[in-house]
Design a protein around this ligand. Sequence first.
Ligand SMILES: Nc1ncnc2c1ncn2[C@@H]1O[C@H](COP(=O)(O)OP(=O)(O)OP(=O)(O)O)[C@@H](O)[C@H]1O
Ligand SMILES: [Mg+2]
Length: 370
Amino acid sequence: MTTNPFYYGGAIKDEHFCNRVEEIKELKQDIDAGLNMLIYAPRRFGKTSFVLKTLDELKSKNTKYIFLDLMYISTQEEFINKYFNAIAQSLEQSSEKIVKFFKTVVNLRPNINVNFDHSGTPSFSLALNHEDKYSTLEDVMNSVLDFAKKNKIVVVFDEFQEIVNLELESKLRSIIQMHSNKISYIFMGSKKSLLHQMFMDKNRPFYKSVKHFQIKEIQRDSWCEFISSNFDKTNKTIDEKYIDYIITITKGFPYYTQQAAYEIWNLTQDLVTDDIFDETLKIIVSREEDLFALEWDNITPNQKKAIKIIIDKKGVNLYDEQYLAKYHIKTGSIQTALKALIQKDIIDKNTDRYYFQDPLFEYYIENKFR
Ligand SMILES: Nc1ncnc2c1ncn2[C@@H]1O[C@H](COP(=O)(O)OP(=O)(O)OP(=O)(O)O)[C@@H](O)[C@H]1O
Ligand SMILES: [Mg+2]
């Protein structure tokens, strides 16, 4: 049996990875220049895959990285310990050598615990009970400076907006400030409005401390090549028109495009047909339906009207009197509704139009009210 050449879910590598050639080049240059960066994009947009692929490619060039996902961290102690463990793991040494390094080179005060899982892999934590948390955090973060002498070091904080709940924003900023030009920090996350406030508000510690690194949808041509060639390789055929239909709905959003390709491939014996395409769409929408219905339930009546106007007007000229009358909504109210929808990360605005952060949510709503 041939394995499905497509994949969707968590971070991907190698044969599942499509394009991002330019972005990878740019990120490598920025890392080389020692910049700190903020990378935000909607959920499941391919942030983690992109950054990890770039860092893996840099591994042979004496670049080491430390990766910490803040998503499931809820206390300062957990942050210190998970970060400590990530640093220890990145040393790629025996556990004796790792403990020795922290005790003799870094002079870390708390005792170090080493635990082994069932496969014998060690994990490291600190006995923090009687220690000053902040000075331990500082020592842990500064320990990275020691291997920045030999290697280029990149520290990645994924879902960085969570740092606010840990009340560590200013502490972290003050330590990171002392590492400039020695360590590159990449702050990633999916909650654009929260991250925006953190990095764009004059009164916040991280104000203007980073380069804003943009990642975009993957373009049609790259998807065409990626999807067609993976069908060819597995002795199945897809007409380009179906790839175009997919892209019209997903707008090149990586997760949904890859998911559509995966499901279409699964349903196809040799050749993709209209029926297979329709069935695929149903499957994809049904997977998200509960979540979308909940999202719709959780917004106010005026926000619902604003969403319908965005769909009707394709994101431009939203204050058209005719539409405001049709939906019985005043200019001021639609303004408030749009602002709230941006804050909820449901919609966003570029220089010329409003658009949905999640293209499938747009498709779902559009079809519900057609
Ligand atoms: N460059 C790419 N080429 C093809 N598919 C991709 C690419 N990047 C992401 N994907 C698809 O999107 C899925 C999610 O990717 P990833 O976990 O990297 O996104 P993320 O933005 O980090 O998500 P989250 O918000 O959940 O952390 C992958 O499993 C894959 O199906
Ligand atoms: Mg991620």
